[in-house]
Design a protein around this ligand. Sequence first.
Ligand code: UN1
Length: 504
Amino acid sequence: MTTSLRDSVLSALQACGVDTTILDHGDLRTRTPITGEELFTLPADSTESVDQAISKAHEAFLHWREVPAPERGNVVRRWGELLREHKRDLAILVQSDAAKTLSEAEGEVQEMVDICEFAVGQSRMLYGKTMPSERPGHRLMETWHPLGVIGVISAFNFPVAVFSWNTALALVCGNTVVWKPSELSLLSALGAHALLAQAVTDCGQPADIHHIVLGERAVGEQIVDDPRVALISATGSTRMGHEVAPRVAARFGRYLLELGGNNAAIVSPSADQDLALRGVVFAAAGTAGQRCTTMRRLIIHESIAEEFTEKLVKAYRTLTIGDPRDEGVLVGPLVHHTAFENMQEALRQAEAEGGEILCGGKRVMAEEMPEAFYVEPAIVRMPSQSATVHQETFAPILYILTYRDFGDALDLHNDVPQGLSSAIFTADQTEAEIFLSARGSDCGIANVNIGTSGAEIGGAFGGEKETGGGRESGSDAWKAYMRRATNTVNYSGELPLAQGVKFL
Ligand code: UN1
């Protein structure tokens, strides 16, 4: 088992075109949460090499910004083709880094293919508006221009998809990219990056339009503080966002943050319970609770709470937990020991606050794999939305709360610091509409009769409050990677001033 994991990762790296001579050198350890074993070591970037990567990306930008956008799109089209071709290879790396099932790992690579296709189309649609000027013989319009070097800092749980949302759009918009992947997911990062490098070469474009830098916190800080990096797009914890945002703002850089979520679903008495059940189980227990969109709170109408909770506990008991490479497994391990400790601490606190653990929470397979942290997803009935429920614990814990009036359900729903994703299960159209209205969900994503996770790339992705306010991926998220110029052109031969002002 041990050798085969290393071997399959090695051949996937080779298939993606990673230079494997760098493996087994350096201090960065690549540990897979599947078994807890260390697969390879990798060399970390130095302060000098990060500086050089930024310099080269900046140099490349000066040329890349003048390449016509649809031609820039060709690189991203080619990247998408290669990702499609190497879907299984890259998924094996994602699986090794993030311990996802193959279906979920392939889904992550599919998200990359999807955003590439979206970005290729976008490369012909970097639209600016034309507005009627108040002055005769004048044209008023806006044009969009690239920002420069974009620093992408990504998290372990979606190790390559979120990078691709940023990079596919950033590149078609005329920016260059320096990427610092999570130190927990370096192998899939190398794979995704090698495929992009191949696409750049195939299209005859300069290699320096994208760089990957490997390392720990200091590497991230260096990118955050470098004035040549025009935009920092960072995904991770709210704690990380609290550090990044003021530092970038202090140098008047731009930031795009996708931070913690505390996503809830309301289950109304009219809901199709079977559908709701399936939606909740996938969103709450899928990916072992390690999505930023994972459902962490369930707000059930008191009239159906007992019945629905019972069904849910039963469904949880059928979930197969284990090595995500094995057929039929739905829940893999937590990323590391600290994640496990955090989960245990949250469960202890929840109990101290009057919570009742209805199922799960225990570690399994500890004897066979002492360095891997498999847990049973937990359901905890809470008497109120206590301090623990307000926190995001990056593990599969679903807190159950009940409500009597719909207004109270909305209050409970919005009464957390985070605002990423949300859902309502209902057959009552008025409730659904209210949930989506200004007095409904305060999140960046609000769904009806579908869970909180598993968003498509076509919509803008991100959230409010402590989630950081950024929007990535679809819709008009491309605008975050560009600057807007307002242009007034005077072809009148006169010089009339706006607002009728007279001067000279
Ligand atoms: C994340 O967890 O950071 O909506 C991203 C989803 C995925 C993306 C999750 N498409 O669950």
